[in-house]
Design a protein around this ligand. Sequence first.
Ligand code: AR6
Length: 179
Amino acid sequence: MISKENIRVIKGDITKESVDAIVNAANSSLMGGSGVDGAIHRAGGKRILEECMEIISRQGKCQTGEAVITSGGNLPAKYVIHTVGPVWNGGNNQERQKLKNCYNNSLELALKHGIQSIAFPNISTGIYRFPKEEAAGIAFTTVKNFLEVTPSPVDVTFICYDDENFALYQKLHQQLPDH
Ligand code: AR6
């Protein structure tokens, strides 16, 4: 049973998190951008971009909903898991399923690398315009379902940057049992 102790919700800057892996809301080129992607590449340094370029040359673009992993460069986190969220286009373009895939694929990749703590930003809720309340529900439910069946425990933190997301995630967190 997943309780309040298994999932953390905080307000802050994900680049400052000392966890095994932080997740980046990237785009399919993996070449950086603005928002949280820009912040991670700025704080992490050029090593992350170099590793992203190697990945692209090996496998081509990172498709929406997929995830890849690099080192954390100069970040306190050991790894960065780059996932590509869907651009909100009204909801009839499999945006919900693709957002769910981002969380599941990031967690699968984390397990493969022995990662025991992971921090997620609120994927797709900035430049990609996914409605925040629905995105929060999908993120929370997907992570909760994953944790319920995973053989190796992972500490999950949702890092909210804006007040609206923080309030939405706090509300979802309060609905979890205490223990
Ligand atoms: N720490 C944590 N969360 C942050 C930070 C930060 N330092 N900065 C912003 N956020 P966005 P998207 C929050 O736009 O919607 C990029 O250009 C922000 O408040 O970063 O998935 C990529 O290259 C929001 O809630 O990502 C893509 O082209 C959340 O992070 C595109 O944007 C996601 O907002 C991806 O768009």
